[in-house]
Structure formats: structure tokens, C-alpha cells
Design a protein around this ligand. Structure first.
Ligand code: KMH
Ligand code: ZN
Length: 287
């Protein structure tokens, strides 16, 4: 199956690691809330979910049993491609972030370098990036390369040159724009980053943090890219108007896509696009 060019991949990032439940009670943090969110976002047009999970106190966690429950719960209730965050929170140690792959998601995020993250530092030293990438190849987990600045786009060239293509053979990137410390969320920055992507890139999406969300979405659509939306990245629909649900954000970009004649991709088409349907763990071919 070849995915038609007029299709639009919508990834929903419903929770993130930065917002406190106390500050935003509508943020889905429990397993039940995340599964319900996944169901309604799939119905609205999302094909993939980028997931961070929380503990019983609604704090970010990378506890393996909970990660597995989240993967299982979303797979039972939806057809969404399940992408686990290996970024976690800025406080998560690197070894715990590598263990995320033990939960056997379809896809994992893989950030291509260290980024100032507001007053914090989102740590991604080069040896860690290489280890996580090789682990994803061994396990047959398809990475989504998260690119927070132009330097990280060039680091992706280095990674692919050194270690070859990902599991599944496709290269999917996500431009994360507007993080205080990364590239800004403007059309100009998006155009520069897209122009610098490796030639082997097969698909890319973009997300703009906070108020840059619409500028980035419109620029990405204009350049033929895909979109990530969700309460991980934005908590207001417009100045002073809070997001009530992730579904609202998905519906909004479905409408933007309709205007530019892009139809939401199905989860099956997303698997084809990302190569998750063909990703085979290293060592199993010909066993
Ligand atoms: N929470 C950020 C520190 C990812 O999911 O891979 C990192 C992040 C990226 O959200
Ligand atoms: Zn994330």
C-alpha cells in the first residue's frame, strides 16, 4: 500500500511531562484518561499517539509496568500507532530513558541533541543518542527523530551516515519548534529546517509550542508536512481560552487540513508511512 500524497498524518501528544495536573485538571494523566483520549482523538482523525505517562500522584514516570499497561491499553482500545517518549522529563536519568524500549512500543521519540529547555536542560549527549538509536534498530522500534534546532538536523545526517537507516527503513522526523532554547516557531525557521533534512527523509511533521502552534501548523501544511498537536505542546486555543481536550486540537488541524485538501491518514496508512508494519527486530530475519 502506498500512502497517497494528499494524506495528513496527525500525531496527538496528549500529556507531556511539563504540565501539572493541579494546574490543568483536564490534562489526561491516568491510564483511563489517556485511553479515553486516545479513543476520541482517533475518532477525530489522529493516527499516532506520542505518549508520556504519570504515576498515581500525576507526576511524570518511566516505570516500566505502567509504560506496558499504557501501550497495551491503547492497543486494545484503538488502532493508533503507539509512540513512547524516550525524552521523559528533564529530570529522568539516561538509563531509565533507554529502558523505555522494553515496553515494546511501535515507535519511540529520539531527540538529536541537548537543548536548553526553559530554565532546564533536556540532556541528549551524542553517545546516548547513538546508543538509543542502535537499541531501536535491534528492537525493531521505529524512531521519530525530534529536532529542536538546526544543529540537530545536521546531527541526524551524522547519525544516519554512521549507523544506517532505522528499523523499517523509513526516516520520519518531527520539528519541535518554539521551545525556549530551541529554534523559534516561525515559517522561516521551518523552511530552513526542512531544507536541511537528509535526502533519505521519507516524512516529517512539525509542532509549535504555545503560541507558535498555528504559525507552525500553517507553515508545515504549506510545505506539505504532517502535524503533531496536543496538550503536551499547547494549553490554550487562543489568548485566555483554555484547551478543554486533546480532541479539540485534533479537530482544529483536521479542519486546517480540509481547507488545504489533506485528508487525515488512517493508522494503517501511518504504519505504512513510518515502516512500523515492516520493522523487524535485528537478528530475527532468517531465524
Ligand atoms: N519532556 C521533554 C523534556 C520527547 O518526548 O522525546 C522532552 C520531550 C521530548 O518531550
Ligand atoms: Zn514528548
Amino acid at each position: 500500500m502506498r500512502v497517497p500524497d494528499d494524506r495528513l498524518l496527525i500525531t496527538v501528544a496528549p500529556t507531556g511531562a511539563e504540565t501539572a495536573k493541579a494546574d490543568c485538571p483536564q490534562l489526561p494523566t491516568t491510564l483511563e484518561e489517556q485511553v479515553a483520549t486516545a479513543v476520541e482523538c482517533q475518532a477525530a482523525g489522529a493516527a499516532m499517539i506520542h505518549l508520556h505517562i504519570r504515576d498515581d500522584e500525576h507526576r511524570p514516570t518511566l516505570e516500566l509496568a505502567r509504560l506496558k499497561d499504557a501501550v497495551d491499553g491503547i492497543r486494545e482500545a484503538t488502532e493508533l500507532v503507539v509512540q513512547l517518549s524516550t525524552g521523559g522529563s528533564v529530570h529522568d536519568p539516561l538509563d531509565a530513558r533507554l529502558k523505555v524500549l522494553d515496553a515494546e512500543p511501535d515507535s519511540c521519540s529520539l531527540t538529536m541533541g541537548t537543548t536548553n529547555f526553559g530554565d532546564d536542560v533536556f540532556l541528549n549527549p551524542w553517545p546516548f543518542v547513538c546508543e538509543l538509536y542502535q537499541l531501536s534498530q535491534e528492537r525493531g522500534v521505529v524512531p521519530e527523530f525530534e529536532l529542536f534546532d538546526l544543529g540537530q538536523v545536521h546531527a541526524l545526517h551524522r547519525l544516519l551516515d554512521k549507523y544506517g537507516l532505522p528499523a523499517g527503513g523509513k526516516v520520519h522526523c518531527d520539528l519541535v519548534m518554539g521551545v525556549p532554547g530551541g529554534m523559534n516557531g516561525t515559517a522561516d525557521s521551518l523552511v530552513a529546517a526542512v531544507a536541511a533534512l537528509p535526502d533519505v527523509t521519507t516524512s516529517w511533521s512539525a509542532t509549535g509550542i504555545g503560541r507558535s502552534t498555528l504559525a507552525v501548523a500553517l507553515a508545515a501544511l504549506s510545505k506539505g508536512g504532517h502535524l503533531r498537536v496536543g496538550m503536551e505542546d499547547v494549553l490554550t486555543l487562543s489568548r485566555g481560552v483554555p484547551v478543554e481536550s486533546n480532541r479539540q486540537l485534533v479537530e482544529r488541524v483536521v479542519e486546517l487540513g480540509r481547507i488545504v485538501q489533506r485528508t487525515p491518514m488512517t493508522p494503517a496508512e501511518c504504519r505504512e508511512l513510518l515502516g512500523t508494519s515492516t520493522a523487524v527486530p535485528a537478528g530475527t530475519v532468517g531465524d
